[in-house]
Design a protein around this ligand. Structure first.
Ligand code: COA
Length: 310
């Protein structure tokens, strides 16, 4: 039996920062941001709302949705590049806060691909019968590493968290295949010094190529063809990148997740936040083949194909 998702949750800060507000602060425009990225607004955490607070809220929702006892969680994986502090890890903080007394805990640093790395790792531990349940969280407070004077990056990012509980699911459901990758030679295109620094054009080219390739690879590895894919959740970094992967899979617009206009790029949180909305709003249904694909700093990439349902 495959590992699959049995509970989901998310947390988004209340504060909304619109393109129009950014226009007042920077040499940019709503028109440029919307046309070039698809972003209209993003959520920004308050100073006192830490990464761990958003992660905890998403985790609590996912546990309630799964209907499990936190003591049964064997492992907590938190994907983030914006932890409250270098250590203790966010995952250890969450372990204590949710009462997952029997869980091992570690953070994953794979930038925007972090949730994909977490999901693939969780799958291994569940299918080898080491752990019954694994909690995977993608969470970022990118606003704290954003240079608000740099128009190249300040318009792109947002804060938030998404979480999933993974466990064994019924025959034919769950994660059917995955792919993870990294190319350290591209690290220079997206990194953090004091603030986040990005060579947008290089990242764009890499993303368009890699998202399409990875999505096709996991479909093939799952023994499927692209006509069998019901829904695509691409990392929400730029609508033009997302559209390129949708077109490569020849999916209609309504079969692709889109939350970027509301939340911007929330890095490791973007795929699980989108998943929650797609499930809640009925775009993903029991038995659907869902492909998730992400890319990010490292450079890293990851994708998986799953059949939705417990
Ligand atoms: N507002 C207005 N103009 C802006 C701007 C902004 N916020 N940012 C850049 N520009 C200008 C540039 O200065 C440039 O002007 P010029 O032609 O006079 O030199 C022009 O817009 C084009 O800039 P460029 O950076 O070449 O545009 P682009 O087509 O590469 O689009 C991004 C920029 C950032 C939207 C795009 O590169 C991108 O999305 N890259 C991937 C980023 C990403 O996904 N990062 C996260 C990875 S997880």
């Amino acid at each position: 039996m495959n590992a699959g998702i049995i509970g989901i949750g998310r947390c988004l800060p209340d504060k909304i920062l619109t393109n129009f507000e950014l226009e007042q602060r920077l040499d940019t425009s709503d028109e440029w941001i919307r046309t070039m990225t698809g972003i209209e607004q993003r959520r920004i955490a308050e100073d006192e709302q830490n990464t761990s607070h958003m992660a905890r809220e998403a985790a609590r929702q996912a546990i309630a949705d799964a209907g499990i006892d936190p003591a049964e969680i064997g492992l907590i994986l938190v994907a983030t590049v914006t932890p409250d502090q270098p250590f203790p890890s966010i995952s250890c903080m969450i372990q204590q806060e949710i009462g997952a007394v029997n869980a091992a805990a570690m953070d994953i640093s794979a930038a925007c691909t972090g949730f994909m790395y977490g999901m693939a790792t969780a799958k291994q531990f569940i299918e080898s019968d080491v752990y019954k349940y694994v909690l995977v969280i993608g969470v970022e407070k990118l606003s704290k590493i954003t240079d608000w004077e740099d128009r190249n990056t300040a318009v792109l990012f947002g804060d938030g968290a998404g979480a999933a509980i993974l466990g064994k699911v019924s025959e034919g459901r769950g994660i059917l295949s995955f792919e993870l990758g990294a190319d350290g030679s591209g690290g220079k295109h997206l990194y953090q010094e004091e603030f986040l620094v990005m060579n947008g054009r290089e990242v764009f080219k890499f993303a368009v190529r890699q998202m399409g390739e990875s999505a096709e690879n996991v479909i093939k590895k799952a023994g499927l063809v692209k006509e069998e894919v019901d829904f695509l959740i691409p990392h929400q970094a730029n609508i033009r990148i997302m559209e390129a992967s949708r077109q490569r899979l020849e999916l209609p617009v309504e079969k692709m997740s889109k939350t970027i206009h509301k939340y911007g790029n929330t890095s490791a949180a973007s795929i699980p936040i989108s998943l929650v909305e797609d499930v809640e709003e009925g775009r993903i249904k029991d038995g659907d083949v869902v492909v998730m694909v992400g890319f990010g700093g490292g450079l890293t990439w990851g994708a998986l194909a799953m059949r939705w349902g417990k």
